[in-house]
Structures are given as C-alpha cells and as structure tokens.
Design a protein around this ligand. Structure first.
Ligand code: AMP
Ligand code: GLY
Length: 438
C-alpha cells in the first residue's frame, strides 16, 4: 500500500461520502460504503425509502449538479460516487474536478462511451475491439435502404441516452423500418434518436463485465449476468433488468483473461490515445457466442443495475479503500476479496412496469436483513413513515448461498412474504447459471 493511501487511511476515520442516484444500485453502493468503520455518513442524493431508513445513510434532496458540488464542499465530503449515467453525461465529474472535489467517474467526454453509441462503435472499429458490424445514419431514406439490403434480424439503436428505450431488436424487416421511422422520422426519442446505429444481430449468451479504471490500471469486479426481459424464459419487453446473479459461470477464468486482453484493456488504451483518459466504472455488455467468443454489445460508464446489488453483497473488506486507490491511480496495488457464495438478486417491479409503472402502492412485510439475505430498495418512498412504490423497479431481494439453487430459494422465500398491489417478478432468475455447463 502506498504511503499516500496509508496516510489517508489513518486520517480518514470520519469519512463522509456522497452517492448520487436513487435506485437499487445506489442503495447497494451506500449499504456497502456504510459498513466501513471509517465512514460516519453516506449522503444519498436523492436516495429512496430504503436509504432513508438505513443507519448511517442520509437522504438529501439535491439533484442539481452545482448544488451537489456546493454540498460536497460545505460538508467536506471525502469523495463522491455517481450511480446513473445521466449526471456523468451532463459533466458532473468535470464540474467536481474543476472545484477540486474528489469524484469517481468518467468526464463528460469519456462518458461518450455510453452516451453515444456511434462514438463507442467508431472507437471499437478503429482499435479492432470485437463488436457487431454496423452503420450509422441520420438520414431515414439511407437507413431504410441499408435495412432492406441487410435483411432481418437487425438491431436498431438510438445514438444517445434514451432511458432504456433506445434499442429495438427487430426480428422482421417491418419492425426494423418501424424503428427507423419512430426514431428518425417521428422523433419519438428526441435528440437521442436523431442518429441511429444499425447493427448486425448477434446470437449467444449475454454477460456483464464490470471493471474499475483509474486512468491507467484496471481492476475487474466479480462477474455477473442480468435478465433484461420482463417475463420468465426471457420473454416480453426489455426492461432495465429484472434480476442478476454473481458469479456468472459463463465467465470462466480463461474467458475473463480474453475479455480483459481483447476488450477492456484495448478500450482503456484507446481512450487514452484519443486524449480521453478513462476513470470510473466501466461496464461492457458482452455477447458470448456458442464457440465462447466474446463481442461487445455496448459500454456503460457506470455500474449495472441490478448487477451491483449482487456484486456488492459479495465484496469483502472496505470498499472505501478500493475507491481511494481508484482515486489515487493505484488500482494495481490492491486485490479485492470476494465472498465465495453466489448472490442471486430478484427485482420486484411495480404494476405495469416497464410501460407506465403505477406509483403509490403500499409495501408490506419486508423481511429483515440476515447473513444470507439483503433487500435493496429502488422505487420506494417513505410517506408518513410508510413505504410506498415510487417507480418501476421497487425492490431487489438478494439471497446468498453456496449454490445458485440455494441462493434463489432464499430470495424467493423472502419474496413470498413481501406484498404490494400489482407486484411483478420473474420466477426463473439464475436459470442460466443453474443449467450452466461451465
Ligand atoms: P444495449 O443497450 O446496446 O445493451 O442493448 C440492450 C439489449 O439489446 C442487450 O442487452 C441485448 O439483449 C440486445 N442487443 C443489443 N445489441 C444487440 C445485438 N447486436 N445483437 C443482439 N442483441 C442485441
Ligand atoms: N442491467 C443493465 C444495466 O444496468 O444497464
């Protein structure tokens, strides 16, 4: 451990940390940070009903970036962690750094890896990073002609951030043409859809590969897989994620090395060469084909939700130390320790999620946390000391056990007690890991 970190470890025994965001991912980050004996307070901006109830977490009702920087300065926040992509794309890291405030995340320019699909695809193409073939269009006629030439299936993606609504996996030509009309002609996604990336459809199994980057060094976190579709058997509409588990058996040690060598490290180096030194969490969404070859579906410049909930429950030791190394540029000097158990997290979603989730339903009977069960809040609010639903994904129930099968049982047993009107969840979270040949 470097002298600099040792010094700050000794000093930092009453650390205050700021976490930006309000979802299950942010609850999991705050929950883990608050376990550190060095931390006296984790401020959640704005947080949710669960973070309001948890010891050492304090919700603050601030979302404006300048006001967040004022808060960090006035309260002498040791460092800030950013959960969602929107504040990163809006330049929260640029702003905090300009005021000499410590923050872990990419700058607005580096966050283009997520905020512009065309930027990410161009970078991957230039630097030979494996990804699906593609072309980018802002002219609808040219896009329609390209689709006609390539044939279905194809994937149509809005270039910009579209809150999970910007990707259409078109199984037919008609669906592809409709997606182009929706984005380029009818402007249904606003400026996010003013350019579209049209991609070759890839088959295989998806996995989430999340790392921390300090500008030079990369520290891989435990692997995970999420379930993006609403219904069992990966049916129904795409969602933000209906459940996740960690470890992902498909990421074998051999594949891990390959992903680092072929995708993650070349991306970090490419960003450096482009003068956009990358710092922060980097999440590669991978598609692994039947032969075990990985390709990059997308990059996110943040942690995954609900992957974070499973990953954080498995992280041993003091997360603040890892983050201090990340901020000091010394991620090569540490090795995180992982609970060998599997974590399976099941999302409980509100009535009509993901279309028009209903708010205001009372939530009952949330079990207490135990050694092998943790419940993270996302779309919950405290109203007159009672919990009610406040957005699409409401809770994430994480079970931990030596096997996927047992971890699932623990999560589902807890879920059977929880009640709110219109509650939806998948009954098959972790099925791929259960059936895995790896
Ligand atoms: P993205 O936001 O780019 O990860 O896309 C959301 C989801 O769409 C992914 O998790 C995949 O399930 C699917 N998807 C994206 N790109 C492709 C592709 N090229 N081939 C097949 N499925 C894709
Ligand atoms: N779970 C997918 C994501 O966070 O983007």
């Amino acid at each position: 451990m470097s002298q600099k970190i040792l010094h700050s470890l000794e000093e930092g025994i009453s650390m205050k940390i700021l976490v930006v965001g309000s979802g299950g991912r942010e609850h999991a980050l705050g929950w883990k940070l608050a376990q550190s004996p060095r931390v006296t307070a984790v401020y959640m901006a704005p947080g949710n009903g669960g973070t309001a109830l948890q010891e050492r977490l304090y919700n603050i009702n601030i979302t404006n970036l300048d006001e967040l920087a004022d808060f960090a300065e006035q309260r002498q926040i040791a460092f800030t962690l950013v959960g969602p992509e929107a504040p990163l794309a809006a330049g929260i890291v640029n702003l905090f750094r300009s005021r000499s405030l410590k923050i872990f995340g990419p700058t607005r320019e580096a966050a283009q890896l997520e905020s512009s699909k065309d930027f990410a695809k161009t970078l991957m193409k230039c630097y030979g990073i494996p990804t699906a073939e593609y072309a980018t269009f802002s002219d609808a006629d040219l896009a329609h002609a390209y689709v006609q030439e390539k044939g279905a299936p194809l994937v149509i993606k809005a270039d910009g951030l579209a809150a999970g609504k910007g990707v259409v996996v078109a199984q037919t030509l008609n669906e592809a043409h409709c997606a182009i009309r929706m984005m380029l002609t009818d402007n249904k996604l606003g400026s996010a859809g003013a350019r579209v990336v049209i991609e070759e459809y890839l088959q295989g199994e998806e996995a989430s590969f999340i790392v921390m980057v300090d500008g030079k060094h990369v520290l891989a976190l435990a692997s995970s897989q999420d379930h993006k579709r609403l219904l069992d058997g990966d049916q129904g509409p795409n969602t933000g994620g209906m459940g996740a588990y960690s470890q992902a058996p498909i990421i074998t040690p051999k594949l891990h090395l390959r992903v680092m060598r072929e995708i993650i490290l070349p991306t970090v180096r490419a960003m450096e060469q482009e003068g956009l030194c990358y710092t922060g969490f980097l999440y590669a969404g991978l598609m692994i084909d039947a032969q075990g070859n990985p390709k990059t579906l997308e990059f996110n410049c943040r942690m995954g939700d609900p992957e974070t909930q499973s990953i954080m429950t498995r992280l041993k030791g003091d997360f603040t130390c890892i983050l201090e190394h990340a901020l000091a540029g010394t991620l090569d000097a540490i090795e995180p320790e992982w609970d060998q158990r599997t974590a399976v997290g099941v999302v409980l979603a509100a009535h009509q999620y993901p279309y028009a989730p209903r708010k205001g339903d009372s939530i009952y009977y949330i079990p207490e946390q135990t050694e092998n069960l943790v419940i993270f809040h996302a779309g919950t609010n405290l109203v007159d000391d009672k919990l009610v639903t406040s957005s699409g994904r409401v809770l994430c129930v994480v079970g931990l056990a030596d096997s996927v099968c047992e971890a699932r049982l623990i999560a589902y047993k807890a879920i059977h007690r929880i009640q709110f009107d219109g509650m939806q969840y998948r009954r098959d979270i972790g099925y791929r890991a259960l059936n895995s040949k790896h």
